[in-house]
Design a protein around this ligand. Structure first.
Ligand code: SF4
Length: 239
């Protein structure tokens, strides 16, 4: 596996799965570079976010957007939604950001749920089954089906607050037009090496003290369909 570039930008040749990507990143970036990026993304950006009166997560998204502006042009454009037909997972803090977006835009989450009833039902059935959660292949349950937040025009309705999962799958080349998901490549920026950890840290810092556990750099992920089920169940209880 090799990082290459051509007139269309950077691409990784030969990358087939995320484990390969993880080992590639470890070889590509020095541990101290990863550490210093992590420090700047957590401590510095969390402080800047506070001074600007925005959430640390929103600041982190701004930072990622900035990063993508500085690398060769992305081929992703509104209406191309090949990578929105797979399982997308989010942490609690990312889901909270999505909910804020939903409230700000007056989006009817019940309609979102209605539109994705098929995949939501599959996830619900699995949750009700006796299967061990860690043994379920969650992505397989929803693969090749549109993400709940994809609208009829193939645009994301929560775009500014889409989770890290979505932000790291990008196309630097024209290949995405072939409609094969594997042609979208994961963003090769140092944030990829630390992004999930930064989000985990932001979440950890936002968790009330009495609930905090020792920070281990990971936070539980759930499919977007799973978060929608939890939202729906919580709302039913309220009524
Ligand atoms: S959240 Fe938005 S960007 Fe991510 S998969 Fe869904 S529609 Fe696509």
């Amino acid at each position: 596996m090799e990082l290459k570039s051509d007139a269309n930008g950077i691409f990784i040749e030969g990358m087939k799965d995320s484990l390969e990507l993880a080992s590639y990143l470890q070889r590509k970036f020095k541990e101290e570079d990863i550490q210093s990026t992590y420090t700047s993304l957590t401590e510095e950006h969390i402080n800047i976010a506070r001074s600007e009166g925005i959430t640390p997560l929103r600041k982190f998204w701004q930072r990622l957007n900035q990063t993508y502006k500085n690398i060769p042009p992305l081929r992703c454009e509104r209406g191309c939604a090949h990578c929105c037909h797979t399982g997308v997972a989010a942490t609690q803090v990312e889901w909270d950001g999505i909910l804020s977006n939903i409230i700000a835009h007056g989006t009817d989450l019940n309609k979102v749920i209605e539109r994705s009833q098929r995949t939501i039902n599959r996830v619900r059935e699995t949750l009700r089954s006796n299967k061990k959660i860690e043994q379920v292949d969650w992505h397989r349950l929803v693969i090749n089906q549109p993400c709940p937040f994809l609208d009829e025009d193939h645009a994301c309705i929560i775009y500014e607050d889409r989770p890290l999962d979505c932000r790291l799958v990008v196309a630097f080349r024209d290949q995405c037009r072939s409609k094969k998901l594997e042609h979208a490549q994961r963003g090769v920026v140092i944030e990829e090496a630390v992004g999930a950890t930064v989000i985990a840290k932001i979440q950890h810092d936002q968790t009330p003290k009495f609930k905090r556990r020792k920070f281990k750099g990971v936070q539980p992920l759930k499919l977007l369909q799973h978060w929608l089920i939890l939202w729906q169940d919580k709302n039913k209880k309220k009524k």
